[in-house]
Write a new protein. Sequence first.
Length: 326
Amino acid sequence: MKILAVESYGQNAELSLLEAPEPSPGQGEVKIQVEAVGLNPVDAYILSGNYALRPELPFVPAFDGAGEIVECGSGVSSFEIGQKVFFLRPYPGAAASMVVVPTACVAPLPRGLSIEQGACLGIPYTTAYTALKKVGGWQSADSVFIHGATGAVGGAAIDWLEFWRDNKNDAHPPIIASAGSREGLERLLTRPSVSIVDHRDPDHLSQAGRLGNGEGIDLILEMNAHWYLGKLPNLLAKEGRVVVVGNQGSAVLNARDLMVRHGSISGVSLFLVDPEERKEILSDIATAPMGTWNPEVGEVVPLAQAGKAFRGLTSGETHPKWILKP
Ligand SMILES: NC(=O)c1ccc[n+]([C@@H]2O[C@H](COP(=O)([O-])OP(=O)(O)OC[C@H]3O[C@@H](n4cnc5c(N)ncnc54)[C@H](OP(=O)(O)O)[C@@H]3O)[C@@H](O)[C@H]2O)c1
């Protein structure tokens, strides 16, 4: 079978396509023929060598993928050979033609999604769920501002909010979503549930504040805290919360802006999601009605061109969702 191997760290990290022996599933594991691998910004951070997670070289990168079950280990009764699934590995290793994954990290491919869309679910949807519900304490009456809503996590957050809304069938507080790229803006225009602000407009935070329910925003998901964190507390309602999802550096803020509204700031890390919780989130994704999820596939390239995809991941503020095909 083929594996993508990272052989050195750094800006010019060396990637090789190698032959490797096929793994066998152990107890509670399934073997999956991988048909699509979804890359996330964290995969590029790890390749840089400057990230907290620094696997020993050589290693197989990427966490997210989708494909078909080809073998079930002992004790596995919830999956069957031939079933299409998506997975979120707890540790890198998805960029291969065959993987072995514990069943707790695998779920049936939601109906109506392509295999490439399946590879876009794991990290973005688990992160968005955790940021909104677990860390952000989302309640159905909350107004939400997704600051950076055109990327994979932002899009997933919109999907979750629309899903929970539909389930609850109650009054709909505002969802405010920011876009900067033309493609992103076009994507958000197809989502009637959201009010859009353009984050390239220097006045966009005030505009977002005005789109709240009149008394400030209850919950903000922030994808670029290094630029904005100091300005967000002033947008919050009483007891409003900022959840930092993405951050590339330090920020300055005046804590009084939090004190005067009992506001709070917290951060989310995908790597702290409890395995049982992750299993439940993947199951929620798998069992939601058809049409609930709208993951955006960007560029699809063969595994042999992974270098292009990794360079694309770090080439600028805006990038497509990269998919590798083994
Ligand atoms: N904490 C965790 O566990 C965790 C997990 C997953 C991801 N993340 C982080 O979360 C962030 C988003 O991940 P992703 O996969 O959604 O990345 P992505 O697909 O690259 O999305 C990036 C988002 O940031 C927006 N953006 C770019 N420039 C901006 C600006 N000046 N002001 C406001 N927004 C701007 C982009 O909008 P336009 O392109 O429309 O400008 C886009 O919506 C990344 O930093 C990633 O590392 C963290």
